[in-house]
Design a protein around this ligand. Sequence first.
Ligand code: NAP
Length: 291
Amino acid sequence: MTAQRIDGKAIALKLRTELAAEVAALKTSTGIVPHLAAVLVGDDPASAVYVRTKHQACEKAGMVSTTHRLPATVSQSELLALIQQLNEDPTVHGILVQLPLPCGLDTTTILDAVHPLKDVDCFHPENVGRLVQNRPRFLPCTPQGIQWLLRESGINPAGKHVVVLGRSEIVGKPIGIMLLQKGLGADATVTICHSRTQNLAEITRSADILIAAIGRPEFVTAEMVKPGAVVIDVGVNRVEERLVGDVAFEPVSEVASAITPVPGGVGPMTIAMVLKNTLTAAKLSQTTTKQ
Ligand SMILES: NC(=O)c1ccc[n+]([C@@H]2O[C@H](COP(=O)([O-])OP(=O)(O)OC[C@H]3O[C@@H](n4cnc5c(N)ncnc54)[C@H](OP(=O)(O)O)[C@@H]3O)[C@@H](O)[C@H]2O)c1
């Protein structure tokens, strides 16, 4: 079997084109132009690339994008003051604090300071609570991208056994919750695995849909995959100047029925969902009081 290659780049491009049309329509009908403010602290090169990519994607979709750069030596109170300023600025609809933050800054306190109505990453406890209760305001970007990829590829998780490798707050836990919910694009039976999981390969081999988000290059081998399974590779690992996923792409392609490549799979969807959430935040700003 040679798996269908799920083309995240093409699916993301299609979504971004649709979003650009929605942005233009919003501007015409209300005068509002969605505005994403990114906060970049320190000089981590990978973070700078991510923020630049999101900035360019926003501009292409007709949105406003501003980047607030702060030195790694910034104090917690200075960073909190910037976030407060962005919270109070009615022209800013979405706030994104690029992670990881340099040592000395308390990530939880910083992320909690972002106003829930501008929390386009869906990290605020209020938004996470809403997500768990299946009444989301925003869906977290990477999990939302995965769900969108499945839908656009005609893969329905309903009644399937989904195994998620990784329990991070950003990917593993929320995608598990989202696919577990009652409703379209969900209704799966979900198992979430982590570094303390016993008999991991036995569990992954029982997956109809396997989602790998652990940050270990090519960790998932063909022997860990059930023939015909769908494999979603979230991992982005740099190995000798090459980007590889958490899945051994070539051998697993011989076993799976569909698979996402790295790069060009989940990554472009994450960017598209930042735009989608910023548009949602801009629409919300019309109907809700922020303070
Ligand atoms: N494409 C995108 O848009 C995108 C977005 C976000 C992340 N990523 C990538 O996705 C990967 C995961 O990111 P993350 O932020 O979710 O990672 P993370 O916060 O480092 O969490 C990794 C998770 O994997 C688990 N794990 C580690 N080694 C394992 C093993 N040998 N067996 C089973 N579980 C294991 C950990 O278990 P414990 O909890 O027990 O430690 C943890 O839950 C990274 O490569 C990251 O770069 C990509």
